[in-house]
Design a protein around this ligand. Structure first.
Ligand SMILES: N[C@@H](CCC(=O)N[C@@H](CS)C(=O)NCC(=O)O)C(=O)O
Length: 206
């Protein structure tokens, strides 16, 4: 059985979403970043982390990819060495480096860091980088239903989660094709189940 250590409503949600997509049996241990429990699974104290027997995987995208690989019957990835796999990995890197990086920096600079550590001049750079990444995303998506075309994959879980995060902090989502794509992937029943599971676990944090 998988044991997910995570903070509800954070990057953890993309892993909970994946676990629901594959129909896995899992325990959800709700904890805060930098808690004693968080340090017991990740030397940085960051979350999420996934425990499988005595092994632990950290970094949400690595965890999601691993889960997709371990459950080929769910059809959420492609075999290593195929062009499709390389293209899907490219989407995952785009998600982490082009989309998530400016979003995370903006989020930290406006809501997380203490005021004395903030650098307001960086906000315009984040907003510009984010807007440019969304334009690139629109061009890459074209008329596709999902990142990889007609097939929903782990890339859509990660991208969809980033879209949800951006909407939560009211970051602009343009053009409309990207906004519609985010709406489409966020309608997955597995995401609703993941959010229910997280909100039930969140009560343990209160
Ligand atoms: N690359 C890691 C980043 C993990 C991360 O930064 N998680 C946040 C919660 S969403 C956290 O633990 N933040 C605490 C910190 O930045 O010190 C991943 O994708 O899992």
């Amino acid at each position: 059985m998988y044991v997910l250590y995570g903070f509800p409503g954070s990057r953890t949600t993309r892993v909970t979403w994946m676990l629901e997509e594959i129909g896995a049996d899992y325990e959800f241990v709700a904890t805060r970043p930098h808690s004693k429990i968080a340090y017991s699974v990740n030397p940085s104290g960051k979350l999420p982390a996934l425990k499988i027997d005595n092994e632990t995987i950290i970094d949400s995208i690595a965890i999601c990819s691993y889960l997709a690989d371990c459950h080929p019957e769910a059809g959420l990835t492609y075999s290593p060495g195929t062009i499709e796999r390389a293209q899907m990995e490219s989407w995952l890197q785009f998600a982490a480096l082009d989309l998530e990086a400016p979003l995370w920096m903006f989020n930290r600079q406006t809501m997380i860091l203490p005021k004395a550590k903030r650098t307001p001049a960086i906000l315009d750079v984040c907003t510009e980088d984010w807007a440019n990444a969304l334009k690139t995303m629109a061009a890459r998506l074209g008329d596709n239903t999902y990142a990889m075309g007609a097939r929903f994959t782990v890339a859509d879980v990660v991208l969809g989660h980033i879209g949800r995060w951006a909407a939560q902090i009211k970051y602009p989502i343009e053009p409309q094709s990207v906004s519609s794509y985010f709406d489409r992937v966020q309608r997955r029943p597995a995401l609703s189940r993941a959010l229910e599971r997280e909100s039930a676990a969140a009560t343990a944090l209160a």
